[in-house]
Design a protein around this ligand. Structure first.
Ligand code: FAD
Length: 288
């Protein structure tokens, strides 16, 4: 099923993101994670894609296919383009289609140190146009969006106008970058709607369970940290269990507010941690 069709139902969508096991970890480790995530019955699970776009690594396709075929949950494969040629992207599309994957989260990706970009794709919108023009397949296409603006953009207006180009190219659904202040998200959605972006926008929620993890994420994506969040981190940074519980509670509060305000969906960045995903799901499952 195409992800956009999920949003036609009269319910708020609850979905997860997982990533393929890091180098040196066997692929089986993700299946142990998925065995546990399956019990929560999310509406779909998306699988990240390596930024370098290496064809040798088929794990995203393999995992997205298993989520659908083995676990009976709809899936989406992330696909980046800035470090790939059109020929390489065509090969990935063929593999995804051959393995029954129906949905793609089309991304530009980031430049990787020591990997010169291939220059055939500059933006996610070009990847979306390319996928749409490949008439052999009919993928559901999603895109990424940035409640606080993408770091490469000069300002939010420019970023939202570029987002509109992505939707006009064929993105049928958007998933947001993580954020810790729901007001920032509501303001962004209002502006996106005024700009004529009318596809479902899912809120990306990352439960924070340790300070190092969040410092790394924030340096990569520039999310702002509200005072109550930084207070929480500094109070519990040396108490791992308390930090984890506080991070789970913070994410639960965000989700309760988002669902109450009528958000289209919540996309949980699980960080491949089924314990945290389960704790959160148990607290909010009756809301969806
Ligand atoms: P784009 O949509 O191309 O936007 C990038 C910048 O270019 C923005 O500043 C935008 O305003 C501007 N822009 C966009 N279109 C145009 C245009 N037509 N003309 C001029 N300017 C334009 N990275 C990975 O490597 N693997 C993953 O699996 C992955 N998953 C992600 C999932 C989500 C939900 C999110 C939010 C991000 C993910 N990323 C992933 C990170 C992503 O690759 C980076 O944030 C990247 O820098 C931007 O990707 P994009 O698709 O949003 O790019």
């Amino acid at each position: 099923m195409k992800l956009a069709e999920l949003f036609n139902q009269e319910k708020t969508i609850f979905s997860f993101e997982v990533f393929p096991p890091k180098r040196n970890n066997p692929i089986e480790t993700i299946y142990q994670t998925l065995d546990e995530l399956q019990e929560i019955k999310p509406d779909f699970i998306s699988v990240t894609y390596g930024a370098s776009g290496s064809l040798a690594d088929n794990s995203t396709c393999e995992i997205a296919s298993a989520i659908k075929q083995k676990y009976g949950i709809e899936s989406a494969a992330h696909l980046t383009c800035v470090n790939s040629t059109k020929e390489e992207v065509s090969e990935v599309l063929r593999r995804l289609a051959d393995n029954g994957v129906e949905n793609i989260l089309a991304l530009r990706g980031d430049l990787v140190p020591d990997v010169p970009p291939k220059k055939e794709f500059k933006h996610a919108s070009e990847l979306i146009t390319f996928i749409k023009e490949t008439k052999d397949y009919d993928f559901g296409i999603s895109g990424a969006c940035y409640p606080e603006g993408h770091l490469d953009s000069r300002n939010q207006v420019e970023d939202i106008l570029n987002l509109k180009k992505k939707v006009d190219a064929g993105a049928q659904h958007l998933i947001s970058q993580l954020f810790f202040d729901n007001e920032v998200f509501y303001d962004f959605v209002d502006k996106a709607r005024i700009a004529g972006i009318n596809v479902p926008i899912e809120a990306g929620i990352m439960p924070v369970t340790n300070k190092k993890q969040i410092e790394r994420m924030v340096s990569l994506c520039g999310a702002s940290l509200p005072r109550k969040f930084t207070k929480m981190m500094s109070r519990y940074e040396n108490k791992p269990e308390a930090m984890r519980d506080a991070g789970i509670a913070y994410a639960v509060n965000q989700i309760v507010d988002l669902v109450s305000q009528g958000v289209d969906g919540v996309h949980l960045y699980t960080m491949n941690n089924p314990y945290v995903a389960k704790r959160i799901s148990e607290s909010v499952k009756s809301l969806f």
